[in-house]
Design a protein around this ligand. Structure first.
Ligand code: GLY
Length: 369
């Protein structure tokens, strides 16, 4: 069991990583659940897998669980999903001091957190992330959002949860593909700032993907510690520290946009390719030794995540991928910050990347095999 503090003065909170937290939910929350009724937002898949365990814990504590169950998938993270959530919370007479529970992956966490941020000008919420990706990234740090016609995550708010319960037992129902997507975000922390953890990931990828309990707990805890440190330094991504978490995301978002944000390429898969591209682009710029980039691609590849884009050859150009990047919400006064590498564990923000050079690099990547 590990307790990681996200240190944000008056908005500080704990991220607890352990097995069995969902079954012990009511005890874990203690006084945060101040009323009999407990509003829980989830999706149909998570309700079926983990809803009964959470419900049993609440009933045993004399609580009355109230459920809003969205359809599983990205479609819930929309204006429709948001208005359905907010209207339901109002009908449930949720008050500011109450805690809304988000039980699910990144979609449910982002949607519920955003609904909580605006309901009655800001209600409290508890994150119970049930995917590896949500446990190591999206449930920690207070980024909440929905997708709109102009792009993903373009409407949202920074709104910190009061507690995050990362139950590693919940990962047992994930598909190998979902586990790989989470692994991309785990190894990201090593690549961006912790060489030792990168090396641990190289040696332990099989244990993570096969759900070895202690290995998984160490991977989640170390990732959460890294994220908590960064968020404590730069809660609203203004100083550059938090931007490092976007390693692989600028290239990755372009690939997700090009493949229509579909099952063809999931977010973690896009980030995995994006990190390998950022590493090779760093080599091209003379910032990093080629062997480091090869080592990063090999470590990611052991998990069966792809690290190349040549399969997109003939379907798009480097210029088209760069055009997607221009819609990135991180664009600021005409420049797009790129997270590049001087070595494994040494990421930095480069605000002066020449996008024509990036397009040329991507054209070369598209034709390499
Ligand atoms: N997922 C990146 C961040 O939370 O800043």
């Amino acid at each position: 069991m590990a307790d990681v503090k996200v240190d944000l003065a008056g908005r500080s909170y704990q991220v607890r990583v352990d097995r069995g937290l969902i079954a012990d939910f009511a005890n874990q929350c203690g006084d945060l659940l101040r009323k009999k009724r407990v509003p829980i937002v989830t999706d149909a898949n998570v309700r079926a897998a983990w809803g009964d365990a959470l419900e049993a814990s609440l009933l045993a504590a004399g609580k009355e669980p109230r459920w809003l169950v969205h359809e599983a998938g990205e479609s819930a993270k929309s204006w429709d999903g948001l208005s359905r959530t907010v209207e339901w919370l109002l009908a449930e007479e949720v008050e500011r001091g109450d805690h809304i529970v988000a039980l699910g992956g990144g979609v449910i966490g982002d949607l519920t957190g955003f609904a909580a941020s605006m309901l009655k000008r800001g209600c409290s919420f508890i994150q119970v992330p049930t995917t590896l990706l949500a446990q190591v990234d999206s449930s920690v740090g207070g980024k909440t959002a929905i997708n709109v016609a102009a792009g993903k995550n373009l409407v949202g708010a920074f709104h910190q949860p009061s507690l995050v319960l990362a139950d590693t037992n919940a990962l047992s129902t994930l598909s190998p593909r979902e586990m790989r997507c989470g692994f991309a975000e785990v190894i990201k922390y090593g690549i961006l700032g912790d060489r030792e953890f990168f090396e641990w990931c190289e040696s332990n990828v099989a244990g993570i993907l096969s759900h070895l309990p202690r290995t998984l707990e160490y991977a989640v805890t170390t990732s959460v510690q890294a994220k908590a440190r960064i968020v404590a330094q730069d809660e609203r991504e203004t100083s550059g520290a938090r931007a490092l978490l976007n390693l692989g995301h600028t290239f990755g978002h372009a690939l997700e946009a090009e493949t229509g944000y579909s099952d063809r390429l999931l977010h973690g898969e896009a980030v995995a390719i994006g990190m390998a591209l950022a590493a090779r682009y760093s080599v091209r710029r003379g910032l990093m030794d080629q062997r480091e980039a090869e080592r990063i691609a090999t470590a990611i590849g052991i998990s069966d995540l792809r690290t190349d884009i040549w399969r997109l050859e003939g379907t798009c150009t480097g210029e088209q991928l760069v055009a997607h990047m221009l819609h990135d919400k991180k664009m600021d006064a005409g420049t797009l910050p790129f997270i590049l590498l001087r070595g494994i564990g040494e990421a930095f923000v480069d605000n002066e990347v020449d996008l024509a050079d990036v397009a040329e690099f991507l054209n070369e990547e598209l034709t390499a095999d």
